[in-house]
Design a protein around this ligand. Structure first.
Ligand code: FES
Length: 176
């Protein structure tokens, strides 16, 4: 696992909590912190990771996670545990479009293997890989909570359900 720091997001020395992130990012995280009692601000860790990932081109760096730990008053290792447990977080650079294909039970029983095979062939990369032109990252994820529409893929904030290779092709054809 390698980490690279992004100056786009981290704007000041981590000792100064008020200046850890841009005002925009702090405001987004604070909206989630406000949902919990003050002594439980670490409950915003999942939202915080998602916000930082969105602002950092779709992936998380170790310095970003360390800054979040400082911001939420929690041990750095506790942030790493969350970031490495959930498949929605990426710890390596990703392509412009992150194709997250669910291969959990319902999706597997409804043809996710066929989708993965099709995507690997079309994109010329394996699960976990990024195309050479940096356009696509193909990622395997755990249940997306939309089993009724299996097989499912997440792209950005959008879920695509009841997928077939043909539908996948039309989705990819419509992307930059
Ligand atoms: S198993 Fe794929 S969405 Fe639940």
């Amino acid at each position: 696992m390698s980490f690279k720091h992004s100056p786009m997001v981290r704007v000041a020395d981590p000792v100064d909590k008020e200046a850890l992130f841009t005002p925009e990012i702090r405001a987004e995280i604070d909206r989630w912190v406000a949902k919990y009692p003050p002594e439980w601000r670490q409950s915003a860790v999942m939202a915080g990771l998602r916000i930082l990932q969105d602002h950092n081109g779709g992936w998380l760096t170790q310095p970003l996670m360390d800054d979040l730990a400082a911001y939420l008053d929690m041990p750095e290792v506790a942030v790493y545990e969350v970031a490495t447990f959930y498949s929605m977080y990426s710890l390596e650079p990703v392509g412009r479009h992150k194709l997250c294909v669910c291969t959990n039970v319902s999706c597997m029983l409804n043809g996710s293997d066929r989708l993965v095979e099709h995507l690997e062939k079309r994109l010329g990369t394996r699960l976990g890989g990024t195309t050479e032109d940096g356009r696509f990252t193909l990622k395997e994820v755990e249940c997306l909570g939309a089993c009724g529409g299996a097989p499912v893929m997440q792209l950005g904030r959008q879920y695509y359900e009841n997928l077939t290779p043909e539908i996948l092709d039309s989705i990819l054809d419509g992307l930059e």
